[in-house]
Design a protein around this ligand. Structure first.
Ligand code: SAM
Length: 281
């Protein structure tokens, strides 16, 4: 029987035992709240059939919860001091594989042997957005992605059109998945305490996307241009695509979208309509 790692005393003991000093630059804030670990495991609906990719296992706090639920876990950790420590803290658990690498440079498809998998992570906050975008854009066989992120990022990911924080990140996340915030997490649940509030977000990755532009690249180019200059109307911001005002006017008319509107009010369907009319030219 292994003790539960997600406790202040146990975490302190492990740090001391292995002489580990946390590296702030790597976003190392370890969970010390077992309720948060089980909250993540429950949100991801982990069971013994699951293959899970964990990003940044640290000393194995969340990993232990995933393994206890019976999953096979592939954990990618950048800090080269941690794999040896994990061998001790997770000793006795089968189905645990640690890979010492940068997640953004990892060939995840090969790692998981082409099987479909879930992602669970308490993300390093300095690269939250790049990691989430990498996982979604690679179009990996992911079913659910459950991650701890800054509360403010969680809110941007799930923001609806018209809201002040709706932006390119909201569109990208909602293009690939149905996303919602599961619960908020207090800084007290981590060691050391982060300076920001956190939230756990669940992205149910679409197997069939509801919005299907003819040309995905064009869709994201339109989105990028529309949010590039937030306070401008569409007729101005889409000028960034290097086309004439006249063409933009025609395309917006064909798409039945008022050219006085701003990008931040457009639904994914409306962005797709504009992109499709551009593609036709
Ligand atoms: N999972 C542990 C927990 O919940 O207590 C640790 C989470 S801590 C917030 C983030 C972890 O991500 C750290 O262990 C850090 O070393 C690791 N990390 C940072 N950058 C990384 C990267 N580019 N690739 C993989 N892991 C990374």
């Amino acid at each position: 029987e292994q003790p539960i790692i997600a406790k202040r005393e146990v975490t302190q003991y492990i740090l001391k035992r292995f002489g580990l000093h946390m590296n702030k630059r790597l976003g190392q804030n370890f969970l010390i709240d077992p309720a948060v670990v089980s909250g993540i495991v429950d949100a991801a609906e982990i069971n013994s059939d699951d293959v899970v990719l964990e990003i940044g296992p640290g000393i194995g706090t969340l990993t232990q919860g995933l393994l206890e639920a019976g999953a096979e876990v592939f954990a990618v950790e950048l800090d080269k001091r941690l794999p040896t420590i994990l061998e001790h803290t997770l000793e006795g658990y089968e189905n645990f594989h640690v890979i010492n690498a940068d997640i953004l440079k990892t060939d995840i498809r090969t790692l998981t042997g082409g099987r479909s998998f879930k992602v669970a992570a308490n993300l390093p906050y300095y690269i939250t957005t790049p990691i989430i975008m990498y996982l979604l854009e690679e179009q990996l066989p992911i079913t659910k992605l459950v991650t701890m992120v800054q509360k403010e990022v969680a809110e941007r990911m799930t923001a609806a059109p018209g809201s002040k924080i709706y932006g390119a990140l909201s569109v990208a996340v909602q293009y690939y998945s149905c996303a919602h915030i599961c619960f908020d997490v207090d800084p007290q649940s981590f060691m050391p305490k982060p300076e920001v509030e956190s939230s756990v977000i669940l992205c149910d990755v679409y197997q069939e996307r509801p919005v299907r532009p003819v040309d995905e690249k064009m869709f994201f180019r339109v989105v990028k241009a529309a949010f590039g200059q937030r306070r401008k109307t569409l007729s101005n911001s889409l000028g960034n695509l290097g086309v004439t005002k006249e063409l933009i006017r025609e395309i917006l008319l064909e798409s039945e979208i008022d050219d006085k509107r701003r990008g931040e009010t457009l639904s994914l369907q409306e962005f797709a309509a504009i992109a499709d009319n551009f593609s036709k030219r």
